[in-house]
Design a protein around this ligand. Structure first.
Ligand code: HEM
Length: 452
């Protein structure tokens, strides 16, 4: 899949793609037995190691904090007052404000300052991905290739500038961020990927475009849909506000602990439900050495299995529809909440649940479960909810994505009123398999600061 995506989506030349194809050493620190790839060309391990450290290890908290700061600053810059401001499109608002903040938390402020067109071109690239994925050559549709080329040029310009201006003293006290490269991840990629056989600035820029697209492509529409559902339903909005205010009181939102925020039950349920409803990505599985027995089925060794999250996410024989009140095709903010007082609650349909005593407080379940309060739960959904893929190649950005979505919704709900000005909310299927479908039409809305 990597080879296909690199070649068609990002235009990475064969001499570089061949390095990926030749790497049979695996993604783990220890190469697979029998593999003879030199350590510096173990591209699978090098890229994954960087992602895991930056997005799941020591880089995660600094990146999350940079996102929180960048998003809060952008909202401040908009200077919304207590009077309503009308805006033409909710989706574009998220692409602009949330998208730039997410790119900034990884690539730093300098990249966007040097390239004010980058976000527009990144979304232009996102729009052309379905064409590129179908292998349409540039002479048939040159416009599908333009934003990609433009992003690559902008990233290369940024590399030159950052090389000239960065030195170790620019690294922030958290040991991760810096104003020029933005994050340890970018410095790592410059050092390690450029040392790999046949790699150069052009191919690295194409890979960095891939990372930027991977970061925003699904996260931003998911954040948008989460906020959309919260603001659309007055009762849900009130509950989210009560929760945010109850948990964080008068605390400045920038001072909150992201690890605490991601445990908020209602916001977590909204997030899980939006991903269930909207993410329709494929991921591939393969077992190189042995057959895998899956109940009545077998995945023979070396063969490829293709799984689409969208199909599993819409399986009404598995998901709880609450007696038909909340069909799988609709948004239900509380689908992932278990209320110990209500045996019909929870994500899994009651007749499919493995454990009949699922509502019993478990000794290891922590405080929430012992005090009989409703709690967020994904128990039993492991093989059915997989917006991030699965196995070792599962999306390494999933923790950051959740923090981004929850923080964005918490800040908007606490500090702003938002009203949609149209009921025309249709989602395109044009991107099926590539991720979240966007809105077919512009969604005008109005926003104002809440009075303090
Ligand atoms: C709701 C948001 C997101 C969704 C639904 C999503 C989904 C996915 C999926 C399905 C994959 C392929 C997994 C596989 O092949 O099994 C993937 C890979 C990836 N994602 Fe995400 N993702 C999201 C957010 C992010 C964010 C915020 C980042 C980074 C900052 C990110 C970075 C990546 C990277 C780098 C890969 C490739 C990993 C590899 O080398 O195999 N993603 N994502």
């Amino acid at each position: 899949m990597f080879v296909y995506v690199f070649k068609y989506f990002f235009g990475i030349p064969e001499r570089v793609v061949s390095v990926y194809r030749a790497d049979d050493s695996g993604p783990f620190p220890k190469p697979y037995l029998g593999s003879n790839v030199p350590a510096e060309d173990r591209i699978d391990y090098i890229t994954h190691h960087g992602f895991l450290r930056a997005l799941g290890g020591p880089g995660l908290l600094p990146s999350t904090r940079r996102y929180m700061n960048a998003f809060a600053a952008r909202m401040q810059e908009k200077s919304f007052s207590e009077e309503w401001t009308e805006m033409p499109d909710f989706s574009n608002f998220f692409r602009d404000v949330v998208g730039s903040s997410l790119v900034e938390c990884l690539y730093g402020p300098t990249m966007l300052r040097l390239n004010p067109e980058f976000m527009q071109d990144l979304w232009g690239f996102d729009g052309s991905v379905p064409w590129l994925a179908r292998g349409l050559p540039s002479f048939i549709k040159p416009s599908a290739y333009k934003p990609r080329q433009s992003c690559v040029g902008q990233l290369k310009r940024w590399y030159e500038y950052a090389r000239e201006h960065f030195d170790e003293s620019s690294i922030s006290p958290d040991g991760d961020g810096d104003p020029y490269w933005g994050s340890n991840l970018m410095r790592y990629r410059q050092e390690k990927l450029l040392a790999v056989k046949n790699h150069d600035d052009d191919s690295l820029a194409r890979m960095d475009l891939g990372l930027a697209w991977g970061a925003v492509g699904n996260t931003i529409p998911c954040a948008m849909f989460s906020a959309f559902h919260i603001f659309k339903d007055r009762d849900l909005l009130r509950r989210v506000r009560d929760d945010v205010e109850g948990s964080f009181g008068g605390q400045h939102l920038l001072d909150i602990d992201p690890n605490k925020l991601i445990k908020e039950p209602l916001l977590s349920s909204v997030y899980a439900e939006v991903l269930r409803l909207h993410v329709k990505t494929y991921f591939m599985v393969s077992s190189p050495h042995t057959d895998v027995h899956l109940g009545r089925w077998v995945l023979p060794k070396g063969r490829i299995g293709l799984m689409n999250a969208g199909i599993s996410h819409m399986d009404n024989s598995f998901w709880n529809e609450f007696g038909g009140e909340h069909p799988v095709t609709s948004f239900w903010s509380d689908r992932f909440i278990i209320d110990p007082a209500d045996s019909q609650s929870g994500p899994v349909a009651p007749h499919v649940r493995e454990s009949p005593d699922w509502v019993e407080p478990r000794p290891d379940g922590g405080k929430e479960r012992m005090d009989n309060k409703p709690f967020f739960s994904m128990d039993g959904t492991e093989g059915s909810w997989f917006p991030y893929g699965g196995g070792h190649s599962i999306c390494p950005g999933r923790f950051l994505a959740k923090s981004v979505i929850l923080f964005t919704c918490a800040l908007l709900a606490r500090d702003y009123d938002i009203e949609m000005l149209s009921d025309n909310v249709e989602v395109t299927t044009w991107r099926f398999g590539l991720g979240v479908g966007g809105l077919k039409h512009s969604l005008p809305f109005r926003i104002r600061k809440r009075s303090t």
